[in-house]
Design a protein around this ligand. Structure first.
Ligand SMILES: NC(=O)C1=CN([C@@H]2O[C@H](COP(=O)(O)OP(=O)(O)OC[C@H]3O[C@@H](n4cnc5c(N)ncnc54)[C@H](OP(=O)(O)O)[C@@H]3O)[C@@H](O)[C@H]2O)[C@@H](O)CC1
Ligand SMILES: Nc1ncnc2c1ncn2[C@@H]1O[C@H](COP(=O)(O)OP(=O)(O)O)[C@@H](O)[C@H]1O
Ligand SMILES: [K+]
Length: 501
């Protein structure tokens, strides 16, 4: 698990590292510049290309000067450095790196106003103007320079963060930011890189470690955490000798309606394939043949007309409720019946979430420790409209605590909010997975993990990671632009095995 720090915490962690480890500030900057150079040259290794490095006069600018020296050493012959002297203030490490660069043949130009600039002829621009030290939106000369650089339409690679971009907090689309094709960022992704609104400023990012003190960053106890493969490996348990289907729980999937039976099939098949010992689907009569032909491994409890079926509550380790269920009175009656009789944590998705949003009385009997898996629109239906994703993060954090539930807010980077106010970001999954039914598969996977007696938090974290990893394992090696949910469900077991190898 990697803690995601805010800009001021990152600054503190840098300072702590410099004072407690045998590394000076200038050497840490050199390490950062070296890490940048390695990623940069792996992606843009053609030394014939010309590079212009725009530097501020703080430490981000200092990085830029060190990068200019390193890229020249690497073999780039056309490296130009342009220093924006908009302020008299300079950092110590900027000055040191300027002296070092002056001893090389690199051309260094300085400008005090954007009026002195001509259209940049270089192939690639490296943005080392402002980084983590941003403390107000760009105005005046900085805003003009930002607008000019954006208007040139060049390939831009940002050092640490794009100039003008805040690593956390509300993202204002009107603010001037130097748009980056790639941000090579130090130590950790900045929290806002993981929210959809950042896409206008950051097309792509890569985080590079620079050896910041881990004990210190852990004890800052950040609410924002970034999931890593090692965390999931630690959660997943191998199957035991002498185990049987009873060992791995009995999951009930309450889903499907005459026209949306597919959601029930995807969810229940994902549940069985993610390892529930037994899976039963509570489905409408009209879907029974479909269920038996799609997956003979799954048992059924049939819903007929308005009658609520008899359910032997004690039999089920957990339930996944909602995919394709519908929002009519029957669905409401069934959900009420479940909440009245079943007290263990359940997974609530899709139409069950919409019912919760409409009939507020249901909240009172929602089993504590349950998992809600809304996408953005369902989230806003549950908790009110949000203008920004940053606001959604705050609401998810607050509601998970207040209601003692887990909220899985689905997106490119799915966020799991836990009752202890932590927010976990998951990086697996890809755009090939953007197709109807994918969330139903996720619900099946999380339900299966709960049935296997993983804790609710483990089921959420391992569930979102595995679901995304299955999609990645299918799409990425083959460069597929579409991967359908049924294939993701079928891939989960293999991806799980890959993680446990
Ligand atoms: N040892 C380390 O710590 C390491 C740091 N590293 C690197 O340092 C970067 C952070 O450097 P930094 O703190 O010097 O800040 P930076 O972003 O260069 O800004 C400089 C100054 O600009 C000013 N300013 C702010 N907003 C402004 C605005 N809108 N318009 C105009 N001016 C504005 C503000 O000064 P002020 O306004 O407060 O006087 C600010 O202090 C970090 O991103 C990484 O690249 C790495 O080398 C690893 C080791
Ligand atoms: N562009 C994307 N990048 C990464 N993951 C995605 C993307 N689009 C969708 N997903 C994943 O697919 C799932 C979609 O869920 P949801 O919107 O509920 O689908 P449905 O309602 O059709 O079942 C989520 O787990 C989400 O994380
Ligand atoms: K920058």
């Amino acid at each position: 698990m990697q803690p995601l720090l805010t800009a001021s915490q990152i600054h503190e962690a840098d300072t702590y590292t410099i004072s407690h480890e045998p590394i000076s500030s200038i050497d840490l900057m050199e390490r950062a510049a070296k890490a940048f150079e390695q990623v940069f040259t792996a992606r843009y290794g053609d030394i014939e290309k010309s590079i212009a490095i725009y530097c501020g006069t703080g430490n981000n600018g200092g990085d830029g000067l060190a990068i200019a020296r390193l890229l020249t050493d690497y073999g780039f012959e056309k490296v130009d450095v342009k220093i924006a002297r908009f302020s008299e203030k300079t950092s110590v490490d900027f000055n040191t790196n300027l002296e070092r660069l002056q001893q090389t043949g690199v051309i260094i130009k300085e400008f005090k106003s954007t009026a002195e600039l001509i259209i940049e002829p270089a192939d690639i621009i490296i943005d080392a103007l402002l980084g983590n030290g941003l403390n107000k939106p760009l105005t005046g000369e900085y805003a003009q320079l930002g607008q000019q650089i954006n208007s040139w339409g060049k390939t831009v690679v940002a050092v640490d963060v794009p100039t003008g971009f805040y690593g956390e907090g509300e993202i204002e689309e009107v603010a001037v930011v130097i748009k980056a094709d790639l941000a090579i960022t130090f130590q950790q992704p900045k929290i806002n890189f993981l929210l959809p609104e950042s896409k206008y400023a950051v097309k792509n990012w890569v985080a590079v470690g620079i050896g910041i003190n881990k004990t210190y960053t852990q004890q800052l106890n950040s609410p924002y955490q970034y999931l890593e493969e090692a965390d999931i490996k630690q959660i997943l348990e191998p199957r035991e000798r002498f185990s049987n289907k009873g060992t791995y729980g009995h999951a009930l999937i309450v889903a499907g309606h005459a026209e949306t039976m597919g959601a029930a099939l995807l969810c229940s098949s994902a549940c069985a394939q993610a390892g529930a010992g037994l899976t039963t689907a509570c489905i409408p009569q009209s879907g029974l043949v479909a269920l038996n032909s799609y997956m003979p491994e799954i048992m059924a409890i049939v819903r007929e007309g308005e009658t609520i079926p008899e359910i032997d509550w004690a039999k089920f380790s957990t339930m996944g409720i909602g995919p394709g269920l519908g929002k009519d009175d029957n669905a409401l009656a069934l959900l009420t019946e479940i909440f009245t009789n079943y007290t263990r944590p359940v997974v609530i998705d899709a139409d069950a979430l919409n019912l919760l949003a409409t009939y507020k009385q249901l909240w009172a009997c929602l089993p504590k420790g349950s998992i809600l898996t809304p996408h953005m629109k369902e989230f806003d239906r549950l908790f009110g409209e949000h203008k920004t994703w940053w606001q959604r993060l705050q609401t998810a954090q607050q509601k998970a605590k207040e209601l003692e539930i887990y909220i899985v807010l689905k997106n490119d980077y799915t966020i799991v909010a836990s009752p202890d106010e932590k927010l976990y970001f998951n990086a697996t999954s890809n755009a090939a997975m953007a197709s109807g039914g994918m969330g139903d598969v996720l619900t099946g996977v999380i339900t299966a993990l709960l049935a296997q007696q993983y804790s609710a938090l483990e089921a959420c974290l391992a569930g979102v990671y595995l679901h995304g990893k299955a999609g990645d394992d299918l799409a990425l090696p083959n460069k597929l632009t579409v991967v359908l949910p049924g294939r993701v469900a079928a891939q989960v077991a293999a991806s799980m095995a890959g993680l446990m190898a």
